[in-house]
Design a binder for this molecule. Structure first.
Ligand code: ATP
Ligand code: MG
Length: 335
């Protein structure tokens, strides 16, 4: 079993990334390795290029994102941590797979439609091709399981289609078909300002997201000012169906405390947000504060973080080389 997942260095890691992805990655590191498997986590800098990002930010974010992952519990001694750009095989395999993927398949990808919006003509070719690079990321390492949020499920389906077509067209069994790992414990966290939009690194509103780098005061302030309604809390989540802001805050409380949302509501039914929000702020500070402190400590030595990435890239490149070579020779390329 080999698990692989990535995160773009497009901004600071936020609570949604943490609860929806990174916290699960840490748990998987324990579980998968206990059963003899391997975990690989990468900073998807090549994917980060698909939308404009200031070059200096790209460099800084790559280092800071790595420090955050390590502070959150990803252990470089137990998982391979690297950045995509240092393993050229990702881009090389993506080019090969570009000739297997069909335009009609990419046209169905909802993330492209969402991200490009009305300005499709002005979107980068990279943004359109993003799912093929993602297929290369996964197939390069013959990853068997890929933890994905809802937003990435369609891309993983496409990865399977590309792998199947490649294996059929070239009469090979080179590529393993990856399975999505959709964790029941991984919630989708919404913006604190608009519970209909997901919490996202690229949201320009600072108040919409809690960052792992935020100070205790900032974390508490953002929760105090989070959008809610004036009603009291009910006894079950089912009764919050029409109250997305309340649902979101309950989801966050439950995920941070590793409890079921209905169990949390047991403590707050009949109470208002005046009581709930300060408790949530305290909980978030208690859980996120130590991660931030460790991140800040690690960032005192950026060279050491980069050395971890270099070492990870070397290990990843060694695993990638035979697959890339297999794909090249299957296609008849003289390499
Ligand atoms: P961007 O706005 O640049 O797309 P992002 O915040 O969506 O950034 P990604 O790098 O696209 O972050 O995603 C990293 C991981 O975090 C993925 O596994 C994704 O499913 C997960 N993730 C992102 N946003 C949320 C969210 N609001 N709730 C839960 N999981 C999330
Ligand atoms: Mg995203």
């Amino acid at each position: 079993m080999r698990v692989l997942s990535g995160i773009k260095p497009t901004g600071d890691l936020h609570l949604g990334n943490y609860l929806g992805a990174v916290k699960q990655w840490v748990a998987m590191q324990e579980d998968i390795q206990a059963s003899g498997g391997e975990t690989m986590y990468f900073i998807a800098d090549l994917h980060g290029l698909t939308e404009w990002i200031d070059p200096a930010r790209m460099t800084a974010n790559t280092i800071e994102m790595t420090a955050t992952l390590i502070a959150a519990g990803i252990d470089p001694a137990r998982s391979i941590i690297f950045n995509q750009a240092r393993v050229p095989a990702h881009a090389e395999l993506a080019w090969l797979l570009n000739n297997v993927a069909r335009v009609g398949w990419l046209n169905r990808m909802t993330q492209f439609k969402d991200k490009a919006g009305k300005n499709r003509e002005g979107a980068s070719v990279g943004l359109y091709d993003y799912p093929v690079l993602m297929a290369a990321d996964v197939l390069l390492y013959n990853a068997t399981h890929v933890p994905v949020g809802e937003d990435q499920k369609q891309h993983l389906e496409l990865t399977r289609d590309i792998a199947t077509k490649f294996n059929t067209d070239y009469g090979t069994e080179l590529f393993t078909l990856p399975e999505p790992l959709v964790s029941k414990a991984a919630p989708r966290i919404m913006s604190l300002r608009d519970a209909n939009a997901k919490m996202s690194k690229s949201n320009p509103s600072e108040q919409s997201l809690v960052k792992l780098i935020d100070s205790d005061e900032t974390i508490a302030d953002k929760f105090r000012k989070a959008k809610t309604d004036p009603d009291l809390l009910p006894a079950t989540m089912a009764e919050l169906a029409e109250r997305p802001e309340a649902r979101n805050l309950l989801t966050i409380f439950a995920a941070l405390s590793d409890r079921a949302p209905d169990d949390v509501l047991g403590d707050y039914a009949g109470k208002g947000f005046g009581q709930f929000k300060p408790a949530l702020a305290d909980l978030a500070v208690a859980k996120l504060g130590p991660i931030r402190d460790e991140m800040v400590r690690l960032l005192n030595d950026r060279g050491a973080i980069d050395a971890i990435l270099r070492d990870g890239a070397e290990r990843a490149a060694a695993l990638a080389a035979p697959t890339l070579h297999g794909a090249q020779t299957a296609m008849g390329l003289l390499v």
